[in-house]
Design a protein around this ligand. Structure first.
Ligand code: BES
Ligand code: ZN
Length: 468
């Protein structure tokens, strides 16, 4: 029979400190906190080594890990090999990413001997076509005439996306796109995507309306030539490590600990986010032998910097049942900078949730902050911008652990190893490790019977923008 750790059960156990803002009295409410870590915490946190984390960051930040580059793959292989070494079942999950190429782009649009000097759509296919121009209005779905087959579509901007418009005429066999603006005097707009293998260019509203008028009185032939533009497909990866709980004591639930391993282009990403990856690896190491009744799932995501692509991909591969079994997602992103956090309390550490509300993750971690190296409760705030977002959207309690305000090296080539603070790494890893173990260890929620039950804490919302 499966034993579910419901919110109510954890609340009774003194593990969840608030539900809807109402605080439950813990077993020793009112007793001043001594900051002493519980015996349970010690099983995990005593083993955490900031030196190990530092060494992971040293290796990972030797080369940039931009998604889709050999640098990412080098990091992925390092991460997977360490998970394996610690005894985890691992999976490297590839997914495609698409990057716009703009390399000495040139665009030509000749109609009646005149070059209209068009703007080349971002991602436009490079190619040369000469064909009759057909006015297809706004190219809304279901309105594009079959007669556009083999022709160049003249389209008015507006109502639906550029990509949808290009797709609608592409599907009807058009060989090129000329789009005119729906306002103003600019021709700088437009976007096409992977697989839309026809050149697409933009012109001003005045140019477009003139063509529409001419087409009423006869046919026009257009010549488009685009070079240096396109969309490239590359592969990025998520790295997943699982540890199943003790067979005879399995709640069926899953706790996730995540970070992103990709960096920005030319950024060594020591803090963003080799720091988070280093804590994921170190927690995987120290928790590998811990007795649990909950599955531990450690994941490093690719392509976070391109718009949380890896975490969305991962979330999209979860069945409804699997998503239901995930009870918490702890995301660590930028947890080790000497120069972040200012003089805020908790050494600048903050837990951001998508909705700005407390949840299981923030409740457990704020209390853990008080019992572990940091020695203080951790405040929370509201922010997205990292891989906790897709988990929140699945209804999973999730939070981002980060120091705020950000360091000045954020997303620069100066995000290097020498800016890393081992104390911050240690504090954050202890907090996440102790919190995860609260959920995963086999004796909870029977915790109310224990003398070492954690103290409930009160912690505050902070309207603290990250900066940058
Ligand atoms: N580590 C940052 C996210 C971040 C920055 C979180 C500041 C909180 C405060 C992350 O890698 C990043 O740069 N994210 C992008 C957003 C993403 C959706 C492309 C960002 O914030 O610009
Ligand atoms: Zn990041």
């Amino acid at each position: 029979m499966k034993r579910k750790k419901t919110m109510a059960a954890l609340l009774t156990a003194g593990l969840i400190l608030s539900v809807n803002g109402a605080y439950a009295k813990g077993p020793e409410a009112g007793v001043p906190n001594t900051n002493a870590a519980s015996a349970f915490d010690n099983k995990i946190i005593k083993k955490i080594s900031a030196d190990n984390m530092y060494n992971h960051i040293a290796y990972l930040s030797e080369v940039p890990r931009q998604a889709g580059t050999p640098g990412e793959l080098r990091g992925v292989q390092y991460i997977e090999s360490h998970f394996k070494q610690y005894g985890y079942e691992t999976e490297v999950q590839p997914f495609p990413i698409y990057t716009v190429v703009r390399n000495n782009v040139s665009g030509l649009l000749e109609i009646g001997g005149e070059n209209l000097k068009p703007y080349v759509f971002s991602g436009s296919y490079s190619g040369e076509v000469t064909a009759e121009l057909v006015d297809v209005g706004k190219a809304l779905a279901g309105t594009v005439p079959d007669s556009v087959k083999g022709k160049i579509a003249l389209i008015e901007r507006g109502d639906i996306t550029f990509v949808q418009k290009v797709q609608n005429v592409f599907d009807k066999g058009a060989v090129g796109v000329v789009m005119y603006n729906n306002t103003g005097t600019s021709n700088e707009f437009g976007q096409a995507t992977y697989g839309q293998n026809i050149p697409a260019v933009a012109i001003t509203r005045a140019q477009g309306l003139a063509l529409v008028e001419k087409l009423k009185n006869g046919t026009l032939t257009a010549h488009i030539k685009v070079t240096g533009s396109g969309v490239e497909e590359k592969t990025s990866y998520n790295v997943i490590a699982k540890m199943k709980p003790n067979k005879n004591k399995d709640t069926g639930q899953v706790v996730m600990i995540g970070a992103h391993h990709d960096s920005v282009q030319n950024g060594p990403g020591a803090n963003d986010d080799a720091s988070g990856v280093s804590a994921v690896l170190e927690l995987a190491r120290v928790m590998a032998d811990a007795p649990t009744d909950t599955e531990l799932r450690f994941v490093t995501f690719g392509s976070e910097e391109l718009g949380l692509l890896g975490s969305y991909h991962y979330a999209g591969t979860l069945s409804a049942d699997e998503a239901d079994r995930i009870v918490a997602h702890f995301q660590m992103d930028m947890i080790g900078s000497k120069d972040a956090g200012g003089d805020n309390k908790a050494n600048g550490l903050i837990m951001y949730t998508i909705d700005g509300k407390k949840n299981l993750v923030t409740d457990l971690a704020s209390a853990a902050g008080d019992r572990t190296a940091l020695g203080e409760v951790v405040p929370y705030g509201q922010l997205g911008r990292s891989d906790h977002q897709p988990f929140h959207e699945l209804g999973i309690p999730a939070a981002l652990f980060i120091h705020s305000p950000l360091e000045p090296w954020y997303h620069t080539p100066a995000d290097t190893l020498d800016k890393i603070d081992k104390n911050k790494l240690q504090e954050t890893a202890e907090i996440v490790g102790a919190s995860v173990y609260q959920i995963a260890r086999p004796d909870t929620p029977a915790l109310q019977h224990s003398r070492v039950a954690p103290q409930p804490v009160d912690y505050d919302f902070e309207n603290r923008p990250p900066g940058a």
